[in-house]
Design a protein around this ligand. Structure first.
Ligand code: AMP
Ligand code: GLY
Length: 421
């Protein structure tokens, strides 16, 4: 099979690597990054939806797969469908599950998917009224996509009102024209992933992300500083509950509303007193979750992705290893506000030892051909092993070999499980 992967981060590096090395497919990546050249054909500069569609029209891949949500929300799958090219991922309408938080919350309410109390507002007056009536409504979200920055988790109603005001006044442009106010939930978070097509799905697994920049879950929110899989909190009984109370009603609801979902459904859950409540839907893999989920998968993913895109997914489960994977992000100095670019990355020329994979994300070649840091999250180092303790040890042992000047990373990825061991 020939598969075109859209994106350039650690998630897309992990996907392209898995499809090439484990499933032995021919892989193209657009725009990709230079560290994908060893196993994929990279098309730098091809990132706009129209350019991706043009590339797909000339290459005629068997399947196109988008790492990020942006192209799907913009209609990549619709445009490829019109060109007769299968794309894994929803069309523009079904992508509203991620593209509009207000749509997603109203959808959950229509279909009985467990979620917090919420209200969608378009003016400050309505925001004040809801916040006054709901003292636990402390989470404020832009309705539209805001590069992961449009969510404020507040500690007081005053702070929540100020956040809503900033969004409504245009701090995030159009994304904040509508604002979602919701009850603040408390509990551990789980990123639950399935590959879905209509009412059918295959479980990809659960992972736990670490969104805060600093150890002990302190500091600002980021795209994610590390992840591990599987999540021991997600017992077989809890997984059944997640499938019955969240995944099945979501997929059936999409069918009932005339927009069947096809693609990766990543449900962000909070376990409140051990019961799942939905924080958000995503219509693609999480990053860094993707790499730790894929590290536990055996061959057969590419076939399942193509079947899902064609509406022909079967019931056979994907093959998972019994082991664990844990990934640590190395981010550039200044991340997430003002990441510094240009640090040299000589450690990338040394192949990692057995049980370790490095997934470069924000990297480029400088004019002399050296690999340098070129983004916020620069590298993701994943350790695998029979259990999380070994996976963690392997990841952290390899960090000094790839660390670069000014890099920041958390030293406590996996703390929630390892504390209990
Ligand atoms: P989202 O992009 O909607 O997942 O929000 C980003 C992060 O904000 C989530 O991963 C949670 O840590 C936090 N968050 C979102 N919604 C809530 C909520 N209702 N209660 C508590 N925390 C939340
Ligand atoms: N790591 C969280 C996300 O990809 O949305």
């Amino acid at each position: 099979m020939k598969i075109l992967v859209v994106g350039s981060g650690a998630r897309e590096h992990a996907l392209a690597f898995h499809l090439a090395a484990v499933d032995r497919e021919e892989v193209l990546v657009a725009p990709g990054n230079p560290c994908m050249e060893g196993f994929a054909r990279v098309s730098p500069g091809v990132s706009l939806v129209a350019d991706v569609v043009a590339l797909a029209r000339s290459e005629r891949p068997d399947l196109v797969l988008s790492g990020p949500e942006g192209p799907l929300v913009e209609g990549l799958a619709d445009a490829l469908g019109a060109a007769g090219i299968p794309c894994l991922g929803p069309g523009r309408e079904a992508a509203r599950l991620e593209g509009s938080k207000g749509f997603a919350r109203a959808f959950m309410a229509r279909h009985g998917v467990p979620s917090p109390a919420f209200e969608v507002v378009t003016d400050l007056h309505a925001a004040r009224r809801f916040l006054d009536a709901h003292p636990t409504a402390l989470v404020v979200k832009c309705d539209g996509l805001a590069a992961g920055k449009g969510v404020a988790v507040c500690d007081s109603p005053e702070e929540a009102l100020a956040a809503a005001e900033a969004m409504l006044r245009g701090r995030f442009g159009d994304a904040g024209q509508r604002v979602v106010l919701e009850e603040r939930l408390r509990g551990p978070e789980v990123s639950f992933h399935v590959l879905a097509s209509g009412a059918r799905f295959k479980v990809l697994g659960s992972a736990q992300d670490h969104k805060r920049l600093l150890d002990g879950d302190q500091g600002p929110n980021t795209g994610g500083m590390g992840a591990y899989a599987p999540v021991p909190l997600v017992t077989p009984a809890l997984e059944r509950e997640i499938l019955d109370s969240v995944v099945r009603p979501t997929l059936q609801g999409m069918i009932d509303e005339g927009t069947p979902f096809q693609g990766i459904l990543f449900v962000g859950l909070m376990l409140v007193d051990g019961r799942p409540k939905v924080l958000e839907y995503n219509v693609r893999f999480g990053d860094p979750e993707c790499a730790v989920l894929l590290a536990r998968l055996g061959p057969g993913l590419s076939r399942a992705l193509l079947d899902a895109a064609r509406g022909a997914l079967d019931d056979a489960p994907l093959s998972h290893s019994s082991g664990a994977a844990l990934g640590v992000v190395l981010a550039a100095e200044g991340y997430p506000d003002k990441p510094l670019q240009g640090a040299a990355l000589p450690g990338l020329s040394t192949p990692p030892p057995e049980g370790v994979r490095v997934h470069p994300a924000g990297v480029r070649r400088d004019p002399s051909g050296r690999l340098v840091a070129a983004g916020g999250r620069v590298l993701l180092v994943v350790g695998t092993g029979p259990d999380l303790t070994v996976a963690r040890q392997r990841a952290y042992q390899h960090l000094p070999a790839v660390a670069f000047p000014g890099c920041r990373y958390r030293t406590d990825i996996g703390w929630q499980v390892l504390a209990g061991m």
